[in-house]
Structures are given as C-alpha cells and as structure tokens.
Design a protein around this ligand. Sequence first.
Ligand code: FAD
Length: 156
Amino acid sequence: MAFNFGSAGEETNPAKPCRTCTDFKTWAKQTKQSISDKAGSAPVQRNKECPLDKDELGKNTWGFLHTMAAYYPDNPTPQQKNDMKSFFNSFSQFYPCEVCAKDFQQELRLQPPNVENQKGLTKWLCDMHNIVNVKLGKQSFDCNRVNERWKDGWLD
Ligand code: FAD
C-alpha cells in the first residue's frame, strides 16, 4: 500500500504510521500505545534498544553526514567527486523517512552537492541542514563554525 505524506513529517495516512517519519510521542499516540497509562500505573517506558524515530534517525544521520563531509579530501580525484555525488543521490532515494527524503531530493535538484573539496562540501551540507532547520522552525547554524562542530572541536 502506498502512503500519503504531508509536509514536515506529517503523515496523512494514520492507519499505519511510519515511525521513522514521526517522533516517538506522536508515533506512540498514533499506534494507540498511550505514553501515560490510562489506569494510572507507570508510564510506558521506551526500550533502550528500539527502532529509531524520526528525530533520533535525523540526529544520528546528520552526525554521520557532517563527519563524512568533514573528512572529505581537500583535493578529491574525479572518481571521488563522482562517488560523492552518487552517494547523495542514492541517500536521498533510500533515506527511511519518506517526507524527509522527498524534500531532500527536491533540494538536491535545486542545489546539487558541491563536491569540489572539503570546504565546499561541508558548506553545502551545512546549508542543506539549515534548510531543514528553518522548515522545522529551528535556529540556523553558523556555517563558518561547521569544522569546529564536526572536526576540530570548539575554539572557545
Ligand atoms: P539535528 O537537526 O538533528 O542536528 C544535530 C546537531 O547538528 C545539532 O545538535 C547541531 O550541533 C548540529 N547542527 C545543526 N544544524 C547544523 C547545520 N546546519 N550544519 C552543521 N551542523 C548542524 N525532520 C522533520 O521533521 N522533517 C523533515 O522534513 C526532515 N528532513 C530531514 C532530512 C534529512 C536529510 C535528515 C538527515 C533529517 C531530517 N529531519 C527531518 C530530521 C531533523 O533534521 C532533525 O534531525 C530532528 O528534528 C532532530 O533534531 P535535533 O534538534 O536533535 O538536531
């Protein structure tokens, strides 16, 4: 069955919510696993090792992507440039939050990855992450400090 997704993580088919497109609280409600038990007993606790929700997936994925970009070569070979472009194209097809993936594909078409060197790729990825931040009503990150965050450590 095909799912119909709205914008910014909102699913329009409540019959079977996609956990990786939904934060845990919403997902639990949608699947009728009420977080606070109606009988008044202890609230349902998250297992330590349960499937990722949208926000956990996002945080971990950004960590991986920014770290990968931080260690991209300053002088990549033509092959490395092609491979990095292919990586982001494939990534955008398979990222397991459908609405996130669709929006990311759209952004990739508007702004393809800058694979010229480490500086270009880290800046491009920071801009892509900021597009999502703005969409979600979060603060933009200062892209001048992206290497401090993901490679060198904070200067102050
Ligand atoms: P995150 O946004 O996950 O950020 C993690 C850390 O990265 C922050 O603590 C900060 O230190 C650093 N950081 C923040 N901004 C930047 C930046 N611009 N450059 C470098 N470092 C930065 N969620 C949705 O609800 N809807 C979507 O459409 C959606 N699309 C997504 C698309 C992609 C490709 C990915 C990977 C995730 C997407 N997400 C989406 C998830 C969302 O971006 C967040 O990961 C999630 O909301 C959890 O946010 P967070 O506050 O933990 O911090």
